[in-house]
Design a protein around this ligand. Structure first.
Ligand SMILES: *Cc1c(COP(=O)(O)O)cnc(C)c1O
Length: 416
C-alpha cells in the first residue's frame, strides 16, 4: 500500500473537499456527530424519501384511494422499480422485478434453477453463506421430497467443487461477515462450463459495487432493498431472471399478481409471459415508494466513482486501524486485495460484542456478527474521509481506556 503513515485529519478534510460524490451527503438525514458505518445493514433515510412518503400517503392513498392503482401507476411499481434496479446490476429492464423479501426470492429463483437443470441434484454453496440463503435451500429441498442435496464447502476453494453433479451454484457476491468478494464473472463461466446454473445474491454488493449480470451471463440473482439501496427498514427486495429462462419455468408461489391476467379472475393459473410471473401477491406500495426514492438517488451517482471511493475509504480505515490501534487484538479478516474486497471491513476481536456496544455508545455505528466479528460498512454516498479518521479516533480511545469492559456492553441485545 502506498499510503504514507503520516495522514492527518486536515489532509482528509481537503480530500473530502475534492470528492466528486461529496454533494450526496446532504441528500441524507444523518444525525449530528453520528458516524454511520452500517449502511450495509440498513441504509439511512434520504431526505427526498420523506417528501415522497408524504406525497404517497397524503396525495395518493389519502386522496386517490383505490383509483391509485391505475391513476398513480401503483400496479406497475414492481416492474418500474425493477427496471431501475436493473441499471445498477447490468440487466435489461424486463429482467428484474421488485418484490417480496430476499429470502422469498431465493426460494422462487432456486426452484427455477433446479427445475431448469433436470438430472442434477446438488446445490453448491459455501458454509459461510448468509444463513437465510442456506436455510431456504434446505427448506426447498425438503419440500421437493428430499432428492436434492445442499453441498456447503469452503468458499476459498469453491471452484474445485464444480463438477457434473452440480445443478446450481448459489453464492453471495460479497460475504456478509468477511467482506470477501467472489469473482462473479469467472465463477459464472466456470459453473456454466460444467453445466451448472448460477444464482447470485447481491445483498452486499448492488449499490456499492458495479455489477454486470448480463456481461457475466448470470442466470438468476436476488438482492436486498434496505441495504445499499437505502429503501428503508424491511424494504422490498428484487430478483433477476435472464430473459432466456423466463418463459421456460413458472415459479411455485403462483399468486394472482403473477398471473397473465390477474383481473380476469379465472380459476386456472396461467403465468404472466415475462418476469411478471415472479410476482406473488399485492405489492406494498408505501414501502415501494420509499425504495424507489432511494434507488432514484443512487442512479444519480456514477457507480465507478462509488466503487473507487468505497475502496479508498476501506483502504484508509484498514490503514489507520493498523497504524493507530495495533496491539489491541484486532485481526483484519477482510482481504486487502481490491479485486476481492467488497465495501466493508471486518475485524476479529475476542471482546467484539462489547467493543461494538462501546463504539455505538460513542456514536460510531457498526455491527457485530457472531462469534467475534466487528463489522464496518462503508457507503460512499454519505461517508466522508474525515469520518473514517474520527471513527478510528473513537475506536482507539475505547481500546486504550478499555471503555468496552463494562457489564452493560456485554448484555446481548436481540438484534446485533
Ligand atoms: C441481508 C441479507 C439477506 C436478507 O434476507 P431477508 O429476506 O431480507 O431477511 C439475504 N441474503 C444475504 C446474503 C444478506 O446479506
Amino acid at each position: 500500500m502506498s499510503q504514507s503513515t503520516s495522514i492527518s485529519r486536515a489532509a482528509l478534510v481537503a480530500r473530502d473537499a475534492a470528492d466528486p460524490l461529496a454533494h450526496f451527503r446532504d441528500c441524507f438525514h444523518i444525525p449530528d456527530n453520528l458516524i454511520y458505518l452500517d449502511g450495509n445493514s440498513l441504509g439511512p433515510l434520504p431526505k427526498r424519501t420523506v417528501e415522497r412518503m408524504h406525497q404517497t400517503v397524503n396525495e395518493e392513498w389519502g386522496r386517490m384511494l383505490i383509483k391509485g392503482w391505475t391513476a398513480c401507476d401503483w400496479i406497475n411499481a414492481p416492474a418500474r422499480i425493477g427496471a431501475k434496479i436493473a441499471r445498477l446490476i447490468g440487466a435489461q429492464p424486463d429482467e428484474v422485478i421488485c418484490t417480496d423479501s430476499t429470502s422469498i426470492n431465493l426460494f422462487k429463483t432456486l426452484a427455477a434453477a433446479l427445475t431448469l437443470n433436470p438430472g442434477r441434484r446438488v446445490i453448491l454453496s459455501t458454509r459461510d453463506n448468509f444463513p437465510t440463503d442456506l436455510y431456504i435451500a434446505q427448506g426447498l429441498i425438503q419440500h421437493l421430497g428430499g432428492g436434492y442435496e445442499l453441498r456447503m464447502v469452503d468458499g476459498e476453494r469453491i471452484a474445485e467443487y464444480l463438477d457434473d453433479q452440480i445443478a446450481v451454484l448459489m453464492l453471495t457476491h460479497v460475504n456478509y461477515k468477511t467482506g470477501r468478494m467472489f469473482d462473479l464473472p469467472a465463477l459464472t463461466q466456470q459453473a456454466h462450463a460444467c453445466g451448472a446454473l448460477t444464482l447470485w445474491d447481491l445483498a452486499h454488493s448492488a449499490g456499492a459495487i458495479p455489477v454486470d449480470l448480463n456481461g457475466a451471463g448470470v442466470d438468476f440473482a436476488v438482492g436486498c432493498g434496505y441495504k445499499y439501496l437505502n429503501g428503508g427498514p424491511g424494504a422490498p427486495a428484487y430478483l433477476f431472471v435472464a430473459r432466456r429462462w423466463q418463459p421456460l419455468f413458472s415459479q411455485p408461489l403462483s399468486g394472482w399478481m403473477g398471473h397473465a391476467e390477474p383481473f380476469a379472475f379465472t380459476s386456472i393459473y396461467e403465468p404472466a409471459p415475462g418476469i411478471g410471473r415472479y410476482l406473488c401477491g399485492t405489492p406494498p406500495i408505501l414501502s415501494m415508494a420509499a425504495l424507489e426514492s432511494g434507488v432514484d438517488l443512487l442512479l444519480e451517482a456514477d457507480m465507478q466513482q462509488v466503487r473507487a471511493k468505497s475502496l479508498a475509504l476501506t483502504d484508509l480505515f484498514i490503514h489507520l486501524v493498523n497504524m493507530r490501534c495495533a496491539g489491541y487484538g484486532l485481526e483484519l479478516v477482510t482481504p486487502r486485495d481490491h479485486a476481492i474486497r467488497g465495501s466493508q471491513v471486518s475485524f476479529r476481536h475476542p471482546q467484539g460484542y462489547a467493543l461494538m456496544q462501546a463504539l455505538i455508545a460513542a456514536n460510531v455505528i457498526g455491527d457485530f456478527r457472531a462469534p467475534d466479528i466487528v463489522r464496518f460498512g462503508f457507503a460512499p454516498l454519505y461517508l466522508r474521509f474525515v469520518d473514517v479518521w474520527d471513527a478510528v479516533d473513537r475506536l482507539l480511545h475505547i481500546l486504550e481506556s478499555r471503555a468496552w469492559d463494562r457489564e452493560e456492553f456485554r448484555r446481548l441485545k436481540p438484534v446485533t
